[in-house]
Ligand binder design. Structure first.
Ligand SMILES: *[C@@H]1O[C@H](CO)[C@@H](O)[C@H](O)[C@H]1NC(C)=O
Ligand SMILES: *[C@@H]1O[C@H](CO)[C@@H](O)[C@H](O)[C@H]1NC(C)=O
Ligand SMILES: *[C@@H]1O[C@H](CO)[C@@H](O)[C@H](O)[C@H]1NC(C)=O
Ligand SMILES: *[C@@H]1O[C@H](CO)[C@@H](O)[C@H](O)[C@H]1NC(C)=O
Ligand SMILES: *[C@@H]1O[C@H](CO)[C@@H](O)[C@H](O)[C@H]1NC(C)=O
Ligand SMILES: *[C@@H]1O[C@H](CO)[C@@H](O)[C@H](O)[C@H]1NC(C)=O
Ligand SMILES: *[C@@H]1O[C@H](CO)[C@@H](O)[C@H](O)[C@H]1NC(C)=O
Ligand SMILES: *[C@@H]1O[C@H](CO)[C@@H](O)[C@H](O)[C@H]1NC(C)=O
Ligand SMILES: *[C@@H]1O[C@H](CO)[C@@H](O)[C@H](O)[C@H]1NC(C)=O
Ligand SMILES: *[C@@H]1O[C@H](CO)[C@@H](O)[C@H](O)[C@H]1NC(C)=O
Ligand SMILES: *[C@@H]1O[C@H](CO)[C@@H](O)[C@H](O)[C@H]1NC(C)=O
Ligand SMILES: *[C@@H]1O[C@H](CO)[C@@H](O)[C@H](O)[C@H]1NC(C)=O
Length: 422
């Protein structure tokens, strides 16, 4: 087995060139003006099934003769995204989609890989067919009018495909057909202090001899705010705008404990249901599913988030393939019925010792909503505390001024008295 795949690998390596040099791709608009330039090296590992129904991994690099396909496109008013489609070998392709975000940044919002498993050169003894995998939300993003630069190796993993990207230089939304001289350096290149080490030790199940090492997982970016609503037979029962992020903790076979931070995209598929005692919001994006259950306490006239269920795939290096956790004894995001709960500060809701839901910039209202819009705001404690700081500082300053004034007055009186005794 090992010998066979080694021979296959050498064959592929010899054919495609072993040296991993960055390939260079350019996309131009109909007038021939450059809109997207991308240089990178890529190594793929693809799992496929052989004729003897065994799973096998093929590993190969993006060959230098890979070329831009004519379905690539520049952004325009009607279709703002820019798409780079690169084809190589016998019908393999990769599709990288860029979008503008927050008016000042661009982001590689999706990566789609297509492999023709009939290609016996890359997939020896494969049962054939086509494999398509999509990776949503890369952390490739940069300020507009700058080049995104990243020399470090970055690994991106989906179910059957994982890729190593390196020597990346990309500029999307190129202005006037000329590449910018300014650069946005990726956090991995800036050194270990910028990319935080996300390695922790689980409180249970792990022997105290666990080796805890540092792994440079890309730093999590704040999730974008998504807008969700749920309608029932008697009108709207949930209205929410919030940025959601999952923080999943898992262990690798060598007992290292790692965590993966996953942003829920604002275009996640949402559904839900309303009934007299609970309001449910379900969000799903790829293999990730989150359910939020709100309950109400009619005696106190309050509603709150009482249950969270999370299922998600874990990265390939985890000992378990996926995670599924639930907690139905929460009391978060609590507000008065008819009013909305609001919190600008990040809230971390621990669902289990393996998963937390981080909520950013939330405004939510469940059960009674009139006019399809948020009712009066009830601010969260964290925000109130934040507002308290300037008040406290102001009061302290006023106090200080008063003390100085009193001291001055007393001092003046004393020295006055002193003169009189002489
Ligand atoms: C293929 O590689 C992935 C990780 O890159 C691994 O999880 C998987 O078990 C490998 N499959 C086989 C058949 O070796
Ligand atoms: C794109 O390329 C294909 C063949 O590779 C060709 O049939 C098609 O006409 C081309 N389309 C455009 C718009 O150039
Ligand atoms: C590339 O991906 C984008 C979005 O993921 C999609 O809109 C587009 O049709 C894809 N293009 C090709 C040629 O696969
Ligand atoms: C793979 O081969 C089969 C049969 O040989 C054929 O039906 C199929 O269309 C091929 N798929 C691709 C993507 O070339
Ligand atoms: C393909 O499978 C056949 C038998 O199923 C085996 O004899 C042959 O060695 C295999 N070839 C490779 C490259 O794995
Ligand atoms: C990236 O990984 C390749 C092997 O996949 C290795 O040869 C190279 O040195 C690595 N580069 C960096 C900057 O870590
Ligand atoms: C990509 O490489 C080409 C040729 O080496 C170079 O002209 C171009 O500036 C590079 N693109 C980026 C975004 O750095
Ligand atoms: C782009 O070109 C236009 C006219 O050719 C010019 O007015 C503008 O300043 C240029 N913008 C940049 C960023 O170079
Ligand atoms: C619920 O109804 C309101 C008003 O008709 C509408 O704006 C909103 O999009 C609906 N939400 C869903 C999830 O259908
Ligand atoms: C994710 O969880 C780990 C362990 O609980 C923690 O150390 C880390 O700071 C968390 N990261 C985020 C972005 O919440
Ligand atoms: C919900 O409340 C309404 C009126 O208060 C009642 O008619 C209905 O049967 C209740 N439904 C459930 C499922 O309890
Ligand atoms: C343990 O495994 C993880 C994931 O495969 C890896 O990143 C880490 O470097 C390994 N640590 C040790 C001490 O081998």
């Amino acid at each position: 087995m090992a010998g066979r795949s080694a021979v296959g690998f050498l064959l592929v390596a010899a054919l495609l060139g072993f040296l991993q040099t960055a390939a260079s791709f350019q996309v131009k608009d109909s007038e021939g003006k450059l809109c997207l330039s991308a240089n990178f090296s890529m190594r793929f590992t693809v799992e496929f099934v052989t004729k003897s129904s065994k799973k096998q991994n093929a590993s190969f690099i993006l060959p230098t003769e890979a070329s831009v396909m004519n379905v690539s496109s520049c952004g325009n008013k009607l279709k703002p995204e820019e798409i780079l489609v690169v084809g190589f070998g016998k019908g393999h392709s990769l599709n990288m989609t860029f979008e503008k975000k927050e008016t000042s940044r661009y982001v590689a919002s999706a990566l789609v890989f297509k492999f023709n498993l009939n290609d016996s050169l890359l997939f020896p003894n494969s049962t054939g067919g086509e494999l398509t995998e999509e990776m949503e939300r890369t952390d490739i993003q940069a300020d507009l009018n700058t080049k995104y630069m990243c020399h470090s190796n970055k690994s991106i993993t989906a179910e059957k495909v994982s890729v190593f990207l390196s020597n990346v230089a990309i500029e999307a939304y190129v202005t006037n057909g000329t590449l910018s001289k300014k650069e946005t350096i990726c956090s991995e290149d800036k050194g270990p202090t910028i990319s935080p080490v996300i390695t922790t030790q689980l409180p249970t199940h792990i022997p105290s001899t666990t080796v805890v090492t540092t792994t440079s997982v890309p730093p999590s970016l704040k999730p974008e705010v998504g807008h969700y609503s749920v309608n029932g037979s008697s009108g709207m029962c949930l209205l929410a705008s919030m940025g959601l992020q999952l923080n999943l903790t898992y262990s690798a076979p060598n007992k290292t404990v790692l965590s993966k931070v996953l942003n829920i995209p604002p275009n996640a598929v949402s559904s839900g249901k309303c009934d007299n005692s609970t309001v449910t919001l379900n969000l799903s994006s790829g293999s990730t599913n989150i359910s939020l259950h709100f309950a109400q306490n009619s005696s106190t006239e309050k509603y709150f988030l009482h249950g969270i269920r999370i299922t998600a795939d874990l990265p390939s290096e985890a000992t378990e393939k996926n995670i599924s956790v639930a907690n139905n004894s929460l009391s978060a995001l609590k507000a008065t019925i008819g009013k909305s709960y609001k919190c600008v500060a990040e809230e971390i809701i621990q669902v289990s010792n393996k998963a937390a839901l981080n909520i950013y910039n939330v405004q939510v209202q469940a059960f009674k909503i009139s006019g399809f819009k948020f009712g009066a705001v009830e601010e969260c404690q964290l925000d109130e505390n934040n507002m308290l700081i300037p008040i406290v500082v102001g009061a302290a300053l006023a106090g200080l001024v008063l003390i100085v004034l009193i001291a001055y007055l007393i001092g003046r009186k004393r020295s006055h008295a002193g003169y009189q005794t002489i």
